[in-house]
Write a protein that binds this ligand. Sequence first.
Ligand SMILES: [Zn+2]
Length: 83
Amino acid sequence: MSGKFRTISIYCAKCSALLYKYHKGGTGGLVKCFLDLIVEDNTHGDMRCPKCRQEFARLRIIQNKPAHKIIQGKVFTKGMTRK
Ligand SMILES: [Zn+2]
């Protein structure tokens, strides 16, 4: 595998439940999750935390692909700075 993607973990900011593991490209902050790059999905696919039911994303079509656009402040991530 190339170093193009890092696998990051995305957590609910309210209750710290693990929501997604995601193959993130690029070095910028997390803005959106393309559905086909989510490698582990702990939600029910409704863009809400499975534990506290907080809504954390909205469905958008970005570059002709379905994506979950993250609502700022609703999640936190781990693994962003790993080389
Ligand atoms: Zn939660």
